[in-house]
Design a protein around this ligand. Structure first.
Ligand SMILES: [Ca+2]
Length: 78
């Protein structure tokens, strides 16, 4: 039988946790994206941390970071 990892501490997810058979997945709400690799969005894993451990500031596949949005705003002086 499957364990519901989300039932305990939200599976370690910083936002949404979805239980799946044999595993679980974290996801993020609007304006955020899941942190899946070091350096993503300009966010680096803190020194002394691996990003693989619950409790790390940025936990890979668990933490959500602000989505990087390209703002296309041109200011033209006429
Ligand atoms: Ca599960």
């Amino acid at each position: 039988t499957d364990a519901d990892e989300c039932s305990s501490g939200n599976g370690g997810c910083s936002q949404n946790c979805t239980n799946t058979v044999g595993s679980y997945e974290c996801s993020c709400g609007d304006g955020y994206e899941l942190y899946i690799e070091n350096g993503q969005g300009g966010y680096s894993i803190a020194s002394g941390e691996t990003g693989d451990v619950a409790g790390d500031v940025l936990h890979l596949n668990h933490s959500c970071i602000r989505e990087f949005v390209l703002v296309n705003s041109l200011h033209m002086c006429l």
